[in-house]
Every structure is written in structure tokens, then in C-alpha cells.
Design a protein around this ligand. Sequence first.
Ligand SMILES: Cc1cc2nc3c(=O)[nH]c(=O)nc-3n(C[C@H](O)[C@H](O)[C@H](O)COP(=O)(O)O)c2cc1C
Length: 208
Amino acid sequence: MASLLKIDVSPRGGYSYSRQLGQTFVEGWQAAHAGGTVVERDLAKNQPTFLDLPWIAGAFTPPDQHSDESKAALKVSNEIIAEVQAADHILITTPMYNFQIPAVLKAWIDHLVRVGVTVNYTESGPVGTLLGKKVTVIVASAGAYPKGEPSEAYDHLTPYLKHILGFIGLTDVTFLAAGGASGIQYGKISEEDWKKPFVEKAKELAKA
Ligand SMILES: Cc1cc2nc3c(=O)[nH]c(=O)nc-3n(C[C@H](O)[C@H](O)[C@H](O)COP(=O)(O)O)c2cc1C
């Protein structure tokens, strides 16, 4: 049975464009994968902790040497990793904040990237362990950062996510960039017209 893990990031609830497009994706994915399961992790409601000393001490020592503090610190990490390991497809819906991913998504990534668990250092370099999975990333942003345009250089979110996901083996990553939302705010385009092409794209990606 196919399984989809949905990671939501925006704190804007039902107003969030990235979440709305994510919901369209989920409905399309469910239609294409009868009986498939959807697991949701809402990083706005359930913010991952930041890595601290007990986490680091635990992540770089064998489990039988872990203090109670390290065990507690790694619990979130273990849950986050187990959810990704169990999924066939991971959907991340996120806003762009300050040309990057929001801090809660970075905190989730910090728990997910674990040496000896999701990435192994070998003689030929680091090798990710999360293989054979698809990732779809839906990004909402006020500005637009299309490929080949000078503004592309401001987009530090897309290259970073591609890099860090690939580092842990998640190399099949598709981005849906829902850019230019500021046009709605400035009255240049209606919310419906702005969303239309991205809704179509989300439906198309859900079938893949
Ligand atoms: C704190 C903050 C920082 C933002 N930084 C950027 C940015 O660097 N570039 C951009 O294009 N939009 C930026 N935006 C606009 C959001 O990306 C935009 O409002 C998007 O629709 C938010 O996603 P959501 O609708 O899913 O909540 C920022 C918004 C906030 C609140």
C-alpha cells in the first residue's frame, strides 16, 4: 500500500497558499493511490526542538551509552526519521522566509540528518540511506524566482533543499514554485487567477 508523508510548515493555517496547494496534491494523490495512507506532521503546531548538547552527545555515541537526557533529546529525531523511512512519497509544503526555508523546517531537517542512520560516511564519501522515495516540495513566495532570470540568484531555498535531501538519499525531488503571491496583495491579480496554474500543476504532480 502506498504511503504519503505530508510535512506542513506555514503558520497561516487555512490562509496558507502552500498548505492549500498541498491539500490539492493530497486529494489527487489519494485518487491515484486507492487505499494509500497519508501521515501528516504539522511543524507549525508541533515545532521540533533545536539540537542541543544531549542530542549531539547521543547522535555520535552508541545507543547503549546514551544518558537519559540524550535518549529524550533523540526521541523526536527517531520519530521524524521513522516517518520518512516508512513513506514512499514525502510532500513538503512551505513558505519562503527571508529567501530560505523557515526555521521550523530547518529544525526538522536537523533531526532527520543523522550520521550512521540517514547518511553513512564511506571511503567514497557520504552515502544517504533514504533511497527509492519521491519528494514533492510546494513553495509559496511573494516574489518569483524563475530559472534563468536574474532573480533566481535570490532563491536560496531550492538549491539548499535539493542538496540536503540528496545528501540523505532523497534524490527524486520535484519542486512546485508558487511564486508571485505579492501580486494578490497589490491588486494585480485575483487570488483565484494566481492559484489556477499552481492548482493544475499540483493535480498533475499528484498523478505521477
Ligand atoms: C517572515 C516572512 C518572510 C518572508 N520572506 C520572503 C522572501 O524572502 N521572499 C519572498 O518571495 N517572500 C517572502 N515572504 C512572503 C511569503 O513567502 C508568502 O507570503 C507566502 O505566501 C507564505 O506562504 P503561505 O501562504 O503558505 O503561508 C515572507 C513572509 C514572511 C511572513
